[in-house]
Design a binder for this molecule. Structure first.
Ligand code: ZN
Length: 261
């Protein structure tokens, strides 16, 4: 069984900023794709925001097991209809890995239902990501911590719902801390948010960061058949109940009538 990953990148800084273009000549998506070097069980493709339908057509999403998301500067230009399409696929069981500034992406905020705000500072400081859930599959192959020489600081409070699991907690040179690797489940879909990856630093050339992305892709994969009816709300007639029964008392709705939304 091959896991079909799709790396999605807004690909805007790379086109407009020479520093970012120099760090990531193949785009941030190109650097992230190196996470799958040598991973025989994962195949990948890439999509960017400027493609028709942002490269996220119904067909493409149907053939994606795990979607990786990097966005920052033009979150607002992502079509709401496509965000809903991605949300539905997550509910059906597609895995989603949201990277760095993707905390403010439409899709992440929609799935979380909270502001997803945080403190930040761009000062090239050291980030140390402590592995606090050592046997978690996302932390496989890592030591006690990952140290990144230059990173942007993201600080608590990070206004997300209480995570299912917290895999990493970051300490920054300037003193702040942050829940930098957290998992969620929405519908049948597994979600992992992973903090590092500021566009002005070579974070996606860091082998351990790429290892986490490879591990997380495996973790987020749901081998079950997509739960395509997850958003249905069937009205079950009384004579089709698991134990058929007679209707008692008055009622507002008729057999088979669709409910309100
Ligand atoms: Zn950043």
């Amino acid at each position: 069984m091959t896991i079909r990953a799709l790396i999605w990148n807004e690909n805007e800084h790379e086109k407009t900023n020479t520093l970012v273009a120099k760090l990531y000549p193949q785009g941030i998506h190109g650097a992230i794709s190196k996470a799958f070097d040598g991973a025989q069980d994962i195949s990948f493709s890439v999509a960017t925001q400027d493609m028709p339908e942002h490269g996220l057509t119904e067909e493409r999403l149907k053939n994606t097991d795990v979607l990786l998301w990097w966005g920052h500067k033009i979150h607002g230009q992502v079509s709401d209809a496509i965000v809903e399409r991605v949300q539905k696929r997550v509910w059906e069981g597609m895995g989603l890995i949201v990277l760095h500034s993707g905390h403010f992406s439409k899709i992440f905020r929609k799935l979380m239902g909270t502001p997803c705000s945080l403190k930040w500072r761009e000062a090239g400081e050291v980030e140390r990501l402590w592995v606090i859930n050592r046997n978690h599959p996302i932390a496989a192959g890592l030591g006690e911590y990952i140290e990144i020489e230059h990173e942007e600081m993201y600080g608590e409070p990070f206004t997300i719902p209480e995570p299912l699991e917290t895999v990493f907690v970051s300490w920054f040179e300037g003193g702040e801390v942050f829940r930098s690797g957290v998992t969620f489940q929405r519908g049948a879909g597994k979600i992992f948010y992973f903090r590092p990856g500021h566009e002005a630093y070579p974070t996606y050339h860091n082998k351990q960061v790429l290892q986490v992305i490879q591990n997380a892709t495996r973790w987020a994969y749901n081998p079950a058949k997509p739960w395509v009816s997850i958003d249905d709300a069937p009205n079950v007639p009384h004579d089709k109940a698991p134990v058929p029964l007679e209707v008692k008392g008055p009622r507002l709705h008729h057999d088979g009538e669709a409910g309100f939304r």
